[in-house]
Design a protein around this ligand. Structure first.
Ligand SMILES: Nc1nc2c(ncn2[C@@H]2O[C@H](COP(=O)(O)OP(=O)(O)OP(=O)(O)O)[C@@H](O)[C@H]2O)c(=O)[nH]1
Ligand SMILES: [Mg+2]
Length: 440
């Protein structure tokens, strides 16, 4: 066996590119200490911010006056030696430092996510926590931030690891029967195992039946505004986004494409789509617009069906109404006496009814997204693995041969292990089973 080659020492600008008060460069790897010696001329005390001058070791030029922090392995984000350079956030300073670091032997620019990948590989984070780092960086609203932070704290990973440990215990008990057939397993013990696994299967099923609230919180709840032409759909999008995004006009058929805006509604992220007015049209482009409008409305988590109070009220297309729809009667300023039939009265022009619409919309969005307080599935990747796990547990319930039952449990545990990245099922089996035998 040959030793694995030492991974390169990586570096990157950790703060956003562009001009800023302060920029942070981060380095990780075995050459960090050497780099500190040549670029800042000293080895800072561990984990203490030290005022330093950054120099080009080849020319001796001083690049900036700033702060360096050294985190020796293993007590660092990646588990390797890490350094942070806090410098003035000018393009010139950043460019010079990146160029100097890139010139050093054994150093290279980090790839996207590489610091966090190393943290995972060094056991600092599990995969759900690594994903949470990305989600926290991307969080746009308060509820998204809460959910990402909770996952980063390990709440989701701990849940799956707990389930996996329970499966491993059940597996160890069955393995005992396979390995010691002459002793046999008392039927009540067998029934106990089945009962435990069934309880776990029920928990996993409940977790899967979460209405995709965690995923919606992460991705944004999609809301489509749909209705006849000229009802004021684009005007509403502009009002909700507080920006002049979509063209509005008194000409019916103004909007053709789906126009999107991201909103923060009471801490919940919303992806709001304005669509083409629905009508029969000979115009090919408009027809395509209507097709896209209907497709978007069908795919949306929630529909804002807008009708025009000044026009005869067509029955709303049943495909669009129903549970996932809020019907809004707009232009109420022009027709205050129009029958509402349960619709929300609105005038985008005067603002009448806007507050009530916002409250209703926020309530409906909140119902469809998690609020970040409970560990929920946040990615399709988790859902797929949990579905596989649940399927194996269903097979387990029907298995009669202990060998087959054990294999089902092993597969279920492996599926859970894939979520957190802990796939060393056999290791854990050794530990659990070993303990079990000793205790017998
Ligand atoms: N009086 C009044 N006019 C409104 C109101 N809302 C929108 N309008 C006007 O109605 C016209 C149509 O508005 P749009 O927002 O373009 O309507 P739309 O539903 O997007 O229309 P299409 O894109 O053609 O489907 C514009 O002239 C708006 O200024 C309202 O509440 N009251
Ligand atoms: Mg429009």
């Amino acid at each position: 066996m040959t030793d694995a080659p030492t991974p390169a020492t990586i570096f990157a600008l950790a703060s956003a590119p562009g001009r800023a008060g302060i920029a942070v460069l981060r380095l990780s790897g075995s050459r960090v200490h050497r780099t500190l010696l040549v670029v800042v001329g000293l080895s800072p005390v561990a984990r203490r911010a030290t005022r330093v001058r950054f120099r080009d070791p080849d020319s001796g030029d001083i690049i900036d006056d700033g702060v360096a922090i050294y985190f020796p392995a293993p007590h660092s984000y990646t588990g390797e030696d890490v350094a942070e350079f806090h410098v003035h956030g000018s393009r010139a300073v950043i460019a010079a430092l990146l160029e100097i670091l890139g010139r050093r032997e054994g150093l290279r620019l980090a790839e996207p996510g590489e610091f966090t990948r190393r943290a995972f590989e060094n056991g600092k984070l599990d995969l759900t926590e690594a994903e949470a780092v990305a989600d926290l960086v991307d969080a746009e609203t308060a509820a998204q931030r809460r959910q990402a932070l909770r996952q980063l704290d390990g709440a989701l990973g701990a849940l799956y690891e707990d389930w996996r440990a329970r499966l491993m215990r059940a597996l160890a008990r069955i393995e005992a029967e396979i390995d010691f057939p002459e002793e046999g397993l008392p039927p009540d013990l067998w029934a106990g195992i089945r009962g435990d696994v069934a309880a776990l299967a029920a928990e996993i099923a409940a977790h899967l039946a979460d209405g995709r609230r965690g995923e919606r919180l992460r991705d944004g709840v999609s809301v489509a505004i749909i209705g006849p032409p000229n009802a004021g759909k684009s005007s509403l999008l502009n009002a909700l986004a507080r920006r002049d995004i979509a063209i509005t006009s008194a000409i019916a058929g103004t909007t053709r494409d789906v126009i999107e805006a991201r909103l923060d509604l009471g801490g919940y992220p919303v992806l709001l789509a304005d669509t083409a007015g629905l009508r029969q049209s000979a115009d090919e482009i408009e027809q395509e617009g209507v097709r896209r409008a209907l497709a978007r409305a069908e795919a949306a988590d929630l529909r804002l069906v807008m009708v025009d109070a000044t026009q005869p009220r067509d029955t709303v297309d049943p495909r669009l109404a129903g549970d996932n729809a809020i019907v809004v009667l707009n232009k109420i300023d022009l027709a205050p006496a129009a029958a509402t039939d349960g619709a929300l009265r609105l005038s985008v022009t005067t603002g009448e009814g806007m507050e009530a619409l916002l409250a209703r919309l926020t309530e409906e969005v909140a119902r469809r997204a998690g609020d970040g307080s409970a560990p929920l599935i946040t990615r399709a990747r988790h859902r797929e693995a949990l579905t596989l796990c649940a399927r194996s547990l269903t097979r387990f319930a029907d298995a009669t041969l202990p060998e087959l039952a054990a294999e089902d449990l092993r597969q279920a545990a492996r599926a859970l292990g894939r979520i957190t990245g802990r796939v060393d099922v056999e290791d854990m089996l050794d530990i659990v089973f070993h303990d079990f035998c000793v205790g017998k």
